[in-house]
Design a protein around this ligand. Structure first.
Ligand code: ZN
Length: 466
């Protein structure tokens, strides 16, 4: 009954503007990329709606959901067990349909029921919300609306390359290349290290969003059950870059530095040299070098650097960076503060490398976030999970597109030595390594969850025997 087999209710189709505003999907208005925004992707005309683009071609999408989407592991990932539990049944899923209507508060008991409904509705985008205290579909039957509240969700992070537009020189807006993708590699290293070492989280999955960003999903039980105030504290702990691109100095840290920041600088130093100074060369023009000067203390130092750089136009950012210490030695001002200069340089390294988080995604239990394995409507690429251990080798531009995958199924030929098990469709495609990784990740979550349950039961029995 809860699978919604009996057709779509109109009120659900237009949930966004109805009485459900108490839990608005902040993801939908924030993330404009799904609704055919004029962000530039070479293969798509700027004003093409998602329905016209191959990434959401209904026939391709149907084949994808039917034969490639990893339903079973998706269910186990959200359910934390092979047998159906309320973790899945009370979980909100939200669908965006090809006409851009959003259906919120969908929920299912099993992966099969979900799969059937997805094939019926053919959403171009699936978003994941929290587990609620009651079944989301039955929220309107409750006498007391306060009994319907979010109780658990993965801790999530969202990082988008458009937030790096003031420091990347290779691309802007929705465009990415392997040079600026390195900012995502830096982000994964720094955030993963903090989540593991400072918070003790184990089950961290990073997902490529299909175009220009990444999401993290932390599935440890301790992360899922954090309330909003604790999520806010963690988000604040990890947030270092503040203000917008026009707000001047965006890193202002107290000294001595927190160990998280010392560790982050250690992880980021070599990236700063190679991926920022050399690859991005952010201060080559004198106009851009002005920005670097503004971040340095001491008037005499700034003036001397400016004279030196004006005398050699086009001097590279690497040279300009090493000029700072050289020129500092010549400063005659008795009050020159070399500690302030060192601090300013550390702040600059962080401003140009530290992850720029969309912190609102992390702060709230009821924030919806795009599901892994959906198709990005603009690029046609699958939102694939990526192992943080090998993130450095991950190339977003080689992630398979829906067209490519369906072609791979069609052109697959059976090997001469047949395997005993039937080969599944996804195993015939370049989606295989991503689903293999997802399965390993999900199995580790379920193993831990089982151990917690066994321990609880054992402790409970011990308690009774006393
Ligand atoms: Zn780029």
């Amino acid at each position: 009954m809860t699978s919604g087999a009996g057709g779509v209710k109109l009120e659900d189709l237009f949930d966004m503007g109805s009485d459900d505003d108490e839990f608005p999907s902040s993801a939908v208005p924030v993330k404009k990329e799904a609704s055919g925004s004029p962000d530039l992707i070479p293969s798509s005309p700027p004003d093409a709606g998602p329905a016209q683009h191959s990434g959401s071609d209904p026939e391709l999408l149907r084949t994808f959901y039917q034969r490639l989407f990893p339903w079973r592991y998706f269910f186990q990932w959200l359910n934390h067990s092979p047998q159906p539990t309320l973790d899945f049944e009370h979980r909100e899923l939200s669908f965006m349909l090809s006409n851009d209507a959003v259906m919120r508060y969908q929920s299912y008991r099993t992966s099969d029921l979900l799969r059937k409904d997805v094939l019926r509705l053919m959403p171009t985008r699936i978003e994941i919300g929290p587990v609620y205290s009651t079944n989301p579909r039955e929220r309107k039957l409750l006498q007391n609306a306060a009994n319907f509240r979010p109780i658990a969700k993965e801790l999530c992070f969202d990082i988008d390359l458009t937030d790096y537009d003031d420091i990347r020189t290779c691309c802007d807006k929705a465009n990415i290349c392997n040079k600026c993708w390195q900012f995502m590699t830096m982000a994964v290293k720094v955030i993963t290290a903090a989540l593991r070492e400072d918070f003790g989280f184990k089950h961290i999955m990073w997902v490529y969003s299909g175009r220009r960003g990444i999401h993290a999903w932390i599935s440890d039980k301790g992360a899922r059950t954090l309330d909003d105030s604790k999520r806010k504290v963690i988000a604040g702990y990890l947030e270092v870059i503040v203000g917008g691109a026009q707000s001047g100095k965006r890193v202002n840290l107290r000294r001595p530095l927190h160990p998280h920041l010392t560790r982050s600088i250690d992880l980021l130093k070599s990236h700063f040299q190679e991926d920022v100074l050399e690859a991005q060369d952010p201060w080559r023009s004198s106009e851009r070098a002005e920005k670097l000067l503004q971040l340095l203390p001491d008037r005499e130092l700034r003036d001397a650097l400016k004279r030196k750089w004006d005398a050699s136009p086009g001097r590279s950012s690497s040279l300009k960076w090493s000029d700072i210490d050289q020129v500092a030695k010549t400063v005659t001002n008795k009050n020159f503060d070399s500690k302030a200069l060192l601090d300013a340089k550390q702040d600059i390294v962080l401003e140009y490398t530290y992850p720029r988080l969309d912190i609102n995604v992390s702060k709230k239990l009821n924030h919806l976030l795009k599901s892994p394995f959906v198709i990005h409507p603009g690029t046609g690429r699958v939102c694939v999970p990526v192992d943080p251990k090998t993130f450095e080798d991950f190339d977003p531009l080689s992630v398979p597109t829906i067209q490519q995958l369906i072609h791979e199924i069609d052109s697959w030929t059976e090997p001469e030595v047949k395997s005993e098990k039937a080969v599944l469709d996804w195993e015939k495609t370049s989606l295989k390594p991503y689903i293999d990784y997802f399965r390993t990740h999900v199995n580790a979550i379920m193993r831990d969850e089982r151990d917690i349950k066994v321990k609880r039961e054992r402790d409970g029995e011990d308690g009774e025997s006393w």
